[in-house]
Design a protein around this ligand. Structure first.
Ligand code: SF4
Length: 95
């Protein structure tokens, strides 16, 4: 990742962080921050990740989350309602 890419990733992360803080000030939080359910977003089990993707639907920061993951070059887990382990060019860890 070159300096330009790192800067874009940092900006995307900042936008996402600000949106999450705005939610927090309203007493809301995103589903993936649930201490019990959080593991589904990073699970090796594809069914868990499918559930996480479904739970991302309607997330108020879904676009910013996906943009931040894209700018960081994330290759695994569920971000912005997308299972990156199943994205084109990736191999799912397990079914
Ligand atoms: S869109 Fe991003 S922030 Fe929202 S629940 Fe899904 S992974 Fe979490």
């Amino acid at each position: 990742m070159n300096d330009t890419d790192m800067h874009a990733a940092a900006q995307a992360n900042d936008r996402l962080t600000r949106a999450l803080l705005d939610l927090a000030t309203q007493g809301e939080r995103v589903r993936c921050s649930d201490p019990i359910d959080h593991a589904r977003w990073t699970s090796d089990n594809q069914r868990d990740r499918q559930t996480a993707m479904a739970w991302c639907a309607g997330c108020p920061v879904i676009d910013l989350c996906g943009q931040a993951a894209d700018e960081r070059g994330e290759k695994h887990h569920v971000w912005g309602g997308v299972d990156l382990a199943c994205a084109p060019g990736q191999t799912a860890i397990s079914g």
